[in-house]
Design a protein around this ligand. Sequence first.
Ligand code: SAT
Ligand code: MN
Length: 598
Amino acid sequence: MTTLTKNQKLIQWVNDWVKVMQPDNVVWCDGSEEENNRLNEMMVASGMAIKLDEKKRPNSFYYQSDPSDVARVENRTFICTEKEEDAGPTNYWESPAKMKEILLAKYTGCMKGRTMYVIPFSMGPLGSNIAQIGVEISDSPYVVTSMRIMTRMGKAVLDVLGDGDFVPCVHSVGAPLAPGQKDVKWPCAPIEEKYISHFPATKEIWSYGSGYGGNALLGKKCFALRIASYMAKTEGWLAEHMLILGLTNPAGVTKYIAAAFPSACGKTNLAMLIPSIPGWTVKTVGDDIAWMKFGKDGQLYAINPEAGFFGVAPFTSEQTNPNALHSCDKDTIFTNVGLTPDKNVWWEGIGYDCPDGTITWKNEVYKAGSDMQVAHPNARFAAKASNCPTIDPKWEDPAGVPISAILFGGRRPSTVPLVYEARSWNHGTFIGSVVGSEVTAAAIGLAAGVRRDPFAMLPFCGYNMADYFGHWISIGEKAPDKAKLPKIFNVNWFRKDENGRWLWPGYGDNSRVLAWIFNRCEGSVEAVESPIGLLPKAQDIDISGLSVTPADMTELLKVDKNLWKAEVDLIKEHYARFGNRIPAALNAELATLEKNLA
Ligand code: SAT
Ligand code: MN
């Protein structure tokens, strides 16, 4: 075993887990191309991976997961704090001692017959003062090759780490092999034996039983959001579930915008948007996570801690998001999409018919014209950010990019206007705390209504969500220069009229709203006061060439006091979940809203 490091704490940590997990081999990953090729060849030989056609999809691989292991498992995801109230009402909780006891039993001998990979990774550009280093141990070679896309991974990370501190991330698929036992294509443990556990106080992640996505690639949601959100609270920065984009106006001035939306609101689409208004461009810094710290100049700077996109494949097309589509042209890992007879990939909504004989994610043969599901709805691509056609020139700047505006939003067919601006940082924090999407009863088997997803962090906050609101308030209080705080906006691309017709075309036309936001940040356009915040004047949103009528625009910018009074009642219900932990500043914002509507 070549350790690649002199970091005694790291070596000791690995040795301790080797004793518990009892792998046949230990491999320290250097992140090299040779290593990557070796692992890919090994997985192809074992039948776990299929190499895609080298001409059509160079250096790309296809996987089918076990049907029980297709997404993050929220009800198996735990925040382990001494006191349950510190995890809060939105997280599943267990005490650290009890969880460690459960998991140590599961981890004992769990890598028998397998190799333990030691995966050093940096979240963020190597050496950036906003970046953090983690080390994951895993018995999944798929995790190794995925982490090489999604993070900066390998020897260079250990060189930067030196004998410094790292976030230890423990992962096993939870499927030891008896001597001579043949492996399955996608080893994992049954749902009720999966555990995605976080120990914020000691900055540890222990994951067991799943090989999929955020359950197994521990740098992403587990570290960069759940553990990092807790670190950010204690250290005075922000770890957020936000895309970052660079918006350039016709005069060539660029402003950076971060935005948080619940899932299925088009975050990746906005990050890679192609503006429909002449002269404007959007460049992509990140599509999922932003880490933000104040710079010496008092401005808030953001990095994308990731190095790749782990995007939902279905409905990604030349029409919906060509930049995401072309990020996957090469060097990509596809999981649970369809495999065409010519060794390419296909998914629902790719924009053309599925070839006869395509292999579905369940390994069945697709018959042309049948209604078989080809890709799992949560089928994913892991693609390098550097392969994205719109990647921003500053996306790897260790200093980060200066954030001018922060956007919140959700799917709100009624009530919430196309865009409005917060009057202050505290008001913006209030807006973030009540983010939600309207769901229909049929959609996810819940009661119809607004599903609150504050800051789009519901499954990703590593501590009590009300304390997280308080942390946002304190960031505003402690800002070195309050005048330089980003402006905060709420957007809603999903307004409908009373007949269910979309009032706003969305996609590239969202650039028209971004342009207004840009101009507000520059101070070149006025806004009008309303009970809920600052609204655009209708004439300041460019609708030339759209089918949006002036009447539609009036409706899109309308604040209906009765609907908003009902909204206030819903917000009170939402806040009641957190009892008296809601910060006073947010209760004051709620009272102001109520007063403004009276
Ligand atoms: O699987 S991930 O957690 O990386 C993606 C998601 O479910 O949001
Ligand atoms: Mn996400």
